[in-house]
Design a protein around this ligand. Structure first.
Ligand code: NAD
Ligand code: UDP
Length: 321
């Protein structure tokens, strides 16, 4: 297959590029490095199946790709500090960016897959969250640039399916972690691991009783591949995440104990509109795709901590004497 992948230099995009190349497919990556980094795909540049275009998807996509099998739209900042710092770019890549990606799919005869998010449920009032839940979103708060962009992205994807008969698929990704996250991206997994590796206190926001479910990136990639392998159209969103919800405070203790049990935990103010509870209902993914997460939090964290340890060692200045 030949795929065009937006957001290829990001955390999830770089894992997808690796996955599809390893399975013998051709990947055209597109990224403008708004939140991604060249280091995530530098090792792929020598691969004969990989090509890269540095471009802002909100402004347009390459027109000379020839026929494609898939357009995978993953470009968008995903960490709350990144999307709040780039609120307009985030809205644009969810709106114009998604439309450009849909148009490219139509032009090139491709199927289309949208990376949506659990944030379409906002601060949910239904637990766990099934795909049928419409959500509870503040439409003009600090998170709205991301939540509403993704809700619009889902809406225009469904409109292209209904009006143009495009084969479209939508995944709603719940908190995912692993190697290739930026150490400074501000998300809880990277903050806690990098604070602990630096010997600093772990910053728990609020009382730490808010919950999240943490999915290891290889499980997400397997879920995406399974949805793409479905022969018939499946335009309805599919949740991909783990069901094991834990409090942020408990998560801080787990990370601290894995790195240095003597470190303190410091309570800091809670960010505005922070969702109180988040946990996916993955019945649909289990039944439709035969998929369920396989990597335990212990194993996933061990691999992620090893990645950040190695990254820190690589970035330490070499002693001159
Ligand atoms: P990331 O920030 O690591 O990657 C996003 C990539 O998109 C970056 O490389 C960035 O430079 C690129 N990008 C952003 N705007 C662009 C533009 N206008 N043109 C071209 N490239 C652009 O984030 P991630 O965690 O890898 O997330 C990838 C996708 O998955 C996003 O769409 C995100 O909304 C979705 N998602 C991720 C999570 C998660 O837990 N990681 C959860 C829900 C949804
Ligand atoms: N969080 C925290 N300390 C941090 C960063 C985040 O306690 O240093 C909390 C944050 O308040 C939220 C949860 O961890 O409740 C997950 O935050 P993240 O930014 O990773 O992603 P979100 O799920 O909110 O999109």
């Amino acid at each position: 297959m030949k795929l065009l992948l937006t957001g290829s230099a990001g955390f999830i995009g770089s894992h997808l590029a690796e996955h599809f190349l390893a399975h013998g497919h051709e990947v055209i990556g597109v990224d403008n490095y708004l939140s991604g980094q060249p280091r995530h795909t530098r090792h792929l540049l020598a691969h004969p199946g990989f090509s890269f275009v540095e471009a802002d998807v909100s402004m347009g996509l390459p027109t000379d790709t020839g026929p494609l099998n898939w357009v995978l739209h993953f470009a968008s900042p995903a960490s709350p500090p990144h999307y709040q710092q780039h609120a307009i770019e985030t809205l644009m890549v969810g709106a114009q960016g998604t439309q450009h990606a849909l148009d490219l799919a139509r032009r090139s005869g491709a199927r289309f897959l949208l990376a949506s998010t659990s944030e379409v449920y906002g601060d949910p009032q239904v637990h766990p969250q099934p795909e049928a839940y419409w959500g509870h979103v503040n439409p003009n708060g600090v998170r709205s640039c991301y939540d509403e962009a993704k809700r619009y992205a889902e809406a225009i994807t469904c409109a292209y399916h209904r009006e143009h008969g495009l084969d479209t698929r939508i995944i709603r990704i719940f908190n995912t972690y692993g190697p290739h996250m930026r150490p400074d991206d501000g998300r809880v997994v990277t903050n806690f691991i990098n604070q602990a590796l630096a010997g600093e206190a772990l910053t728990v926001q609020g009382d730490g009783q808010q919950t999240r479910s943490f999915q290891y990136v290889s499980d997400l990639v397997a879920g995406i591949a399974a949805l793409m392998a479905l022969p018939g159209p499946h335009p309805h969103p599919v949740n991909l995440g783990t069901t094991d919800a834990i409090t942020v405070l408990r998560f801080a203790q787990i990370v601290r104990d894995a790195i240095d049990p003597t470190l303190p935990i410091r309570f800091v103010p809670l960010a505005a509109d922070d969702p109180r509870q988040r946990q996916p209902d993955i019945t649909l993914a289990r039944t439709l795709l035969g998929w369920s997460p396989q990597v335990s939090l212990t194993d996933g964290l061990t691999r992620t901590i090893a990645y950040f340890r190695a990254l820190r060692a690589e970035q330490q200045p070499v002693p001159t004497s």
